[in-house]
Write a protein that binds this ligand. Structure first.
Ligand code: UGA
Length: 405
């Protein structure tokens, strides 16, 4: 099938690569011509495990362009442009621009909205532009994007059956459950899912706060015990310094605002946001109580991205922790396997960094940070992501373990 993809960020790039790999002819479009030049030369500007290999493997039927005219003749066009927040409210400018550009080339393709948009957006666009619109929200996780696109837990498609079925056919290869519904339900499923995930994380983080006050308590074991219950499930119960990234904080915020406009207060989601917002303060307090004044200490921070296997630092809690430590007067040096930001002092390897360090703080859940367990460290190790075995350290301070603070 001839398919177009507009917006070559994480979602667009992965969708284009996976669909090309399934034998479709893909035109991947982005208005950023520098980015297009990089994709065309094989210098993929996105770090995502397996993505570069998949793009290079499918070079023949995956074309990158900044020219909308190349989309003429495509039967389905996925729109995966950003929907940032403006004062907490969703900004749909990029989506609207993409739709008018499609219209301007007279394409009568089925337009599939992959971008996260508030309920009602697809139907509004259909009426305003007189186009065939289907909603197909994205559930992939950064760092796991290829696998999540090949085998999603579910495929949600909203729109008129005739068009929804055609889009369903594109995803049949995944053998995942496909739910065809209204556009509004599909759009809601996306927000409700991300908000629920954020709530799960904040819930366990609140239990972690409590565990810190109870001798012999540890949130890791509590979460494990809870997770055996199939009604609860073990995933997204990892306590830590909070959720970040380009999706959970933005989507919860936009959902709260959207509901407000309908006269509804999303009390649970607001609470999840509030718990998340105080995570950095919490970990700083734990550190101060356990190792004393932070000002003047030389601290090695492990991880700056918002989670493992990505170089993405958008809304990263690790980055917020870094700035909070600096504000306290600490001398912070960072090691991150892939993420580099200007103005931050980095070291090349964990071993290189250890000389004259007063404390180590783990801020991102990269598996390779487990190497600390083999280092026989005498200095305090603060595990903000609970990836380390406490037994392996002389002075272990972990989120959600009794710590007398
Ligand atoms: C999230 C959703 O998980 C995807 O389903 C969705 O498609 C995506 O947003 C989106 O809307 O595009 P992502 O932002 O890639 O995916 O990252 P997550 O894996 O959800 O992690 C988000 C944050 O939560 C990270 O900072 C991570 O460290 C934190 N987290 C996650 C925890 O603190 N504890 C957990 O148990 C899980």
């Amino acid at each position: 099938m001839n398919i177009g993809v507009i917006g070559i960020g994480f979602v667009g790039a992965v969708t284009a690569a996976v669909l090309a790999d399934q034998g479709n002819s893909i035109i991947a479009l982005d208005i950023d011509s520098d980015k297009i030049a990089r994709f065309n030369s094989g210098d993929i500007p996105i770090f995502e495990p397996g993505l570069k290999e998949l793009i290079l493997k499918n070079k023949k039927n995956l074309k990158f362009t900044a020219d909308y005219r190349m989309l003429r003749g495509t039967e389905i066009i996925f729109v995966a442009v950003p929907t940032p927040n403006l004062n907490g409210k969703i900004n749909l400018d990029y989506v609207y621009r993409a739709i008018s550009s499609i219209k301007s080339i007279n394409n009568d393709a089925i337009i599939v909205i992959k971008s996260t948009v508030i309920p009602g957006t697809g139907s509004k666009i259909k009426d305003e532009f007189n186009v065939n619109i289907v909603s197909n929200p994205e559930f992939l996780r950064e760092g796991n994007a290829i696998e999540d696109t090949l085998h999603p837990d579910r495929v949600i498609i909203g729109g008129e059956e005739e068009y929804a079925e055609k889009v369903a056919n594109v995803w049949k290869f995944s053998n995942s459950p496909i739910l065809i519904t209204t556009r509004e339900n599909a759009e809601l499923i996306k927000y409700a899912s991300n908000s629920f995930l954020a709530t799960k994380i904040s819930f366990i983080n609140e239990i972690a706060n409590l565990c810190q006050k109870i001798p012999n308590a540890d949130v890791e074991t509590v979460a494990k015990g809870m997770g055996y219950d199939r009604r609860i499930g073990p995933l997204f119960l990892k306590a830590g310094i909070g959720y970040g990234g380009s999706c959970l904080p933005k989507d919860t915020e936009a959902f709260i605002k959207y509901a407000e406009e309908l006269g509804e207060e999303m009390k649970i989601i607001k609470a999840a946001r509030n718990v998340n917002e105080e995570r950095i303060e919490r970990i700083i307090k734990i550190m101060e109580n356990k190792i004393g004044k932070i000002g003047g200490l030389k601290i090695l921070q492990l991880g700056i991205s918002f989670k493992e296997n990505t170089n993405d630092v958008r809304e990263s809690q690790a980055l917020k922790l870094y700035y909070a430590l600096i504000k306290k007067g600490a001398n912070v040096i960072v090691f991150d396997p892939v993420s580099k930001i200007e103005g931050i002092r980095y070291c090349e390897s964990i071993k290189d960094c250890l000389i004259s360090i007063d404390a180590i703080v783990v801020a991102t859940e990269w598996a390779e940070f487990k190497i600390l367990e083999e280092m026989d460290l005498k200095i305090p190790v603060i595990d903000g992501r609970r990836i380390l075995n406490p037994e392996k350290f002389e002075r272990f301070i972990g989120i959600g373990r009794y710590c007398d603070d």
